[in-house]
Design a protein around this ligand. Sequence first.
Ligand code: HEM
Length: 181
Amino acid sequence: MKGVVFTEFLDFVSEALGSDVADDIIDDADVPNGGAYTAVGTYPYTEMQALVTALSRRTGKPVPDLLTLFGRHLCRRFAVRYPEFFTVQTSLFDFLESVDAYIHREVHKLYPDAELPVFRLTRYGSDAIDLDYESCRPLEALAEGMIHGAADHFRQPVAIAKLRVEHPAGPFVRFSIKHAA
Ligand code: HEM
């Protein structure tokens, strides 16, 4: 997993709960190098799991809730780090379509070792989409937070329903997203 996800995660913990808590979870998770991550490095995903599990123990909040909160934060941060991906789109649904069609492709060109999920988008009129998320990692709670973060960015509130689909070609998670009235 790319280091940018780790550095943003530790910033998220420090901002929300203080740098002491960030240090504590690094100790609890017993990750190598004392949690010294660089944004362009690549680290085992198991280290992210250990950090999130440690945060869950410290806060008493379930891992998926923490991942969704972090996803919202990460999307906000990406809008600051990579504004060009956000300014070319004027609506949430066009932006979400561009994640697979453009953004993650550009990320993959920059970092060929990035392991990116697949998103398939289907439109139902102008107010509803299905966004199917397929990944080797169970990070749908992170994806849900990022979708909410993007909805905040475009000031287009949405309602999201989530369904796990056991498909013969491989399981995926379907987000059914509607513009909220
Ligand atoms: C400017 C916008 C974005 C950038 C620059 C970006 C970049 C990245 C990068 C660098 C990773 C890490 C890959 C790795 O660990 O090897 C990643 C993973 C991920 N991205 Fe994006 N992303 C963006 C927007 C989004 C949005 C809006 C969503 C949700 C709809 C999303 C969903 C995810 C998820 C869920 C992962 C975790 C990996 C997985 O599920 O397998 N990303 N992205």
